[in-house]
Write a protein that binds this ligand. Sequence first.
Ligand SMILES: O=C[C@H](O)[C@H](O)COP(=O)(O)O
Ligand SMILES: C=C(OP(=O)(O)O)C(=O)O
Length: 356
Amino acid sequence: MQKTEDLNIAAFDLMPSPDEVKARIPITEEAVRTVVEGRRAIEAILDGRDPRMFGVIGPCSIHDAAAGLDYARRLRLLAEEVKDTLVLVMRVYFEKPRTSVGWKGFINDPYMDDSFRVDEGMERARRFLLQVNELGLPAGTEALDPHAPQYYGDLVSWTAIGARTSESQTHREMSSGLSTPVGFKNGTDGDVDAAVNAILSAGRPHSFLGVNGQGRSAIIRTRGNRYGHLVLRGGGGRPNFDTVSISLAEQALTRAKLPLNLVVDCSHANSWKKPDLQPLVLRDVVHQVREGNRSVVGFMVESFIEAGSQPIPEDLSKLRYGCSVTDACVGWDTTVEMVRQAREVLKDVLPRRDRG
Ligand SMILES: O=C[C@H](O)[C@H](O)COP(=O)(O)O
Ligand SMILES: C=C(OP(=O)(O)O)C(=O)O
């Protein structure tokens, strides 16, 4: 008989199960403490019980574990310095949703040579997250592949659902079962309604097809995630961190009877992907908070050791150390300045802020 399936499949290469990968790289006491404290701090901020703000700061993508850890050590010290006012979470992004094509991240192609060793990428990603958490620094990531959280979700304190997937049922279902607060980004066209609907959907229980720890196909039944919130990243050719856009986002949340919790992504369409503009966005948002804004509880910055970005060279030895291979980032010195300035403005304001 003529074959009617798998016509476009070249191979099924087996992956180790989530439990096998976890057994090889087990979570440690130190990492558990970081994860639990990181999630608790963000949850308390979202509940209005903790007056601080949180910042998700780090490279657009992880491509070099050594440079990523170098960055994590620096961010850890900065986090300690500003912890009376800000909870810093490292942006640890392994999965890149592309507009059309391009490198899809450290899990998909860890060697950046089209060998697509997802099995090795997954292990290396888990090891990296473990190391970051062992420094005492919580991590935030984008959840793109619905199976991936089974492999490393225990090491994540904050999750983003990206602009390209907030409207996806699969991602809403997955989010309803995640153990972290989840930030849903507005769409690439700037529309916030799909993200608001995502928060509503992820807040409910769902039953859907997935894999369990043994890698077996399973019906996953979730409880619902009550820590969904909206991330404003601009879109449709304009930013949305200005007071009018923030007020419109607040109205959309109020109409949906959702808590007023907004995170402003200083990068992406909020800065036309020009890293030099990220400090201006953060400064503007921090001043809105000082002037009485009640809803902005967090911010995101794309930052690495070196400013800018680089194309992935054919000869990988030519890669510039600590420089992004995806979106352009602010460099480390600028990052420190941005965070210190934000803390300076907010340190006396946040404790008196009325979030009611
Ligand atoms: O933050 C990452 C990028 O903005 C996202 O992955 C889209 O990238 P692309 O438009 O370069 O594909
Ligand atoms: C892909 C990202 O952002 P967005 O979904 O907002 O484009 C990202 O933060 O890496």
